[in-house]
Write a protein that binds this ligand. Sequence first.
Ligand code: AMP
Length: 398
Amino acid sequence: MASFRTLDNVDVKGKRVLLRVDLNVPMEETRVTDTTRIERILPTINEIAEKGGKVILLSHFGRPKGQRVDEDSLRQVLPTLEHYLKRKIAFADDCVGAPASAVVDAMKDGDIALLENTRFQKGEEKNDPAFVEEIAKLGDIFVHDAFSAAHRAHATTEGVAHRLPAYAGRTMQAELEALESSLTSPARPVMAIVGGAKVSTKLELLGNLVSKVQYLVIGGGMANTFLAAQGKAVGKSLCEHDLAGSARDILEKAKAANCVVVLPVDATVAQKFEEHAPSHIVSVDHVGENDMILDVGPKTVAHVEALLAQCRTLVWNGPFGAFELPPFDEGTNAVAQTAARLTVEGKLLSVAGGGDTVAALNQAHAGQEFSYVSTAGGAFLEWLEGKTLPGVAALQSQ
Ligand code: AMP
């Protein structure tokens, strides 16, 4: 059972529902270039509207830092939102004050309105109680559907959740359920795959995961730091030599927690960091002084796949190699496809997210088959670090 309140716990009919969403979508001129975040919030918006609630959408957009900046206006997202919802949506030129109350007061049950960028107001990022009060006046209940903003204790991601009865929207609910079943109460054994560029950005995450998972697979540029910490030559590879001590600490901590750390045993190396650069496969014991490790090799892939076949749960963040530059996407593609197959066969619960991971899995044509792919960046990583997200804590059932 969920440990947080959801739309199942409230009758929204006739209520003014402040719905926090993440409309911070990438744009090129007037076009939304990736509509994933919009598509994901549709079920919550439609459900509340169909049940007769008044849906008042709140979101940030860009980083206007308390100033009114035309290029950060949410008005430009309105046509795409209307297109996906197949209906007209009222727009208020401010998220508080007279413009907002005029729009909200005119709403009928089942209507939808979008308020202007919450970050145009200084009180948003400061979580200023007076601003929280202004926002709270506009609604009867608060529904949070922006997991990707839940790591921030801002007025519309946290403050207002303490001021009004607060519930998780369907997208937030799906995200929390996926994360709870992958780390809080997972089916074991659990494998975590952590790849990407640098160890420095993921030290806390690795430190947390070793106490939670049975297998910790380290790939990407960050694996080089671990190999170097074990005395192996890594040539010209991306490597944070100054973090050798931290890498050894993580290996020690893993040993004490009975977590098996899986490092690459072979690698695809090249002498240029570019697409289709001439490359070959070497053992990690024989990396040449001019070589750059740009992907894991086939023996590493086979080893990871064999372990994965014994696991019930997978949490994945970060690619195995420089996946944007073929053929250095092969390791990521192979393991992603195996994880996708095991998921489809019902043998594995697979959850992935953070940074470039979504792009890497989509490039491998595997993202669709994963049990859950999070579109949240920072919030997903903070969850993996074991941190309590303020916007989630505020939804917890008493
Ligand atoms: P992150 O944002 O930390 O998940 O890192 C993702 C980035 O790491 C991608 O842009 C990859 O190209 C890069 N990356 C992964 N493996 C390597 C590697 N062996 N050498 C250089 N860059 C890498």
